[in-house]
Design a protein around this ligand. Sequence first.
Ligand code: UT7
Length: 316
Amino acid sequence: MTAGSRIVAMGHYQPSRVVTNDDLASTLDTNDAWVRDRVGIAERRVADGESVADMATFAAEKALAASGLSAADIDLVVVATCSAIDRCPNVATRVAARLGIVAPGAYDLNTACSGFSYALASADHAIRAGASRHALVIGSEKLSDITDWTDRTTAVLFGDGAGAAVLSAVPDGERPGVGPVLWGSAPDKGDALKIEGWQPYIKQVGQVVFRWATTELAPFAIEVCKRAGVEPSELAAFVPHQANTRIIDGIVKRIGLNPDAIVAKDLVESGNTSAASVPLALSKLIERREVPSGAPVLLFGFGGGLTYAGQVVRCP
Ligand code: UT7
């Protein structure tokens, strides 16, 4: 039995098509200044041909290549997504087939925007229980498929993309790199964000979600650090769900980060990619070598459900 797991490597994928606020303003009653001021997004990527499984595969392929492991080492694939159109086969088995991973445990998980932290915890628990040694944990979303492009209140918010982590059991005597999860939900407010019915569109009562995120979540983020035995002031980086810079700034103000800590704001160039937003932002920080290896990073996802989850991880 292992003491826990650590993220060995990460990878990400975004479609090449960039859609700016000005592009959207050519067909919608919106403008660049409103979207930048109220949300913080300047542009997003929109998939043309790529599916949720395609983007998940491309991100996972990069993470696997960076990990030094091979497909034969992977025994578990977990995909967080709320936008996969096909129900069966699930995205995880499609990724496994494409990467030549033979006979892994493979499942999808849907907690919308908190999905990556739920998936990471679930794979970490499998490794701790001895059910896996090397797992692929992926967040992948094609929100453009479920966006109503005539609704300015949602069309400006979302983007497509994927991020992936390779998670491995830590060798005996080494400290785990994935801290205890804090997960939860506010089901009484679940109707504030919906993707309902056949051929659905995302609908949200933005102000309800905004108020919940800015008033209730900071104490949970602090509790995540406490469970990991890390002071918020010791964090090298904070990677929250990328929904709105005003929400991120509001949480940051209340958790007491060191002024030098990096706060991920990938939404400026990627929009809100739901379950992909945290792994996408983390993978980019790692690629740009902005966080030293071994440094503590707080991941914190929140959104539809309403659900939330977070953990402190050590940067690979
Ligand atoms: O990822 C899942 C979790 N989701 C979130 O965390 C999202 C949380 N919510 C938010 O981030 C914000 O509520 C939004 C960004 C969605 C909206 O910002 P807001 O500051 O709450 O705007 P609002 O809904 O109060 O709308 C203010 C005004 C309205 O006009 P009136 O009624 O004051 O005349 C809207 O019709 O802004 C108008 N508006 C827009 N104007 C230009 C709404 N969308 C747009 C737009 N362009 N795209």
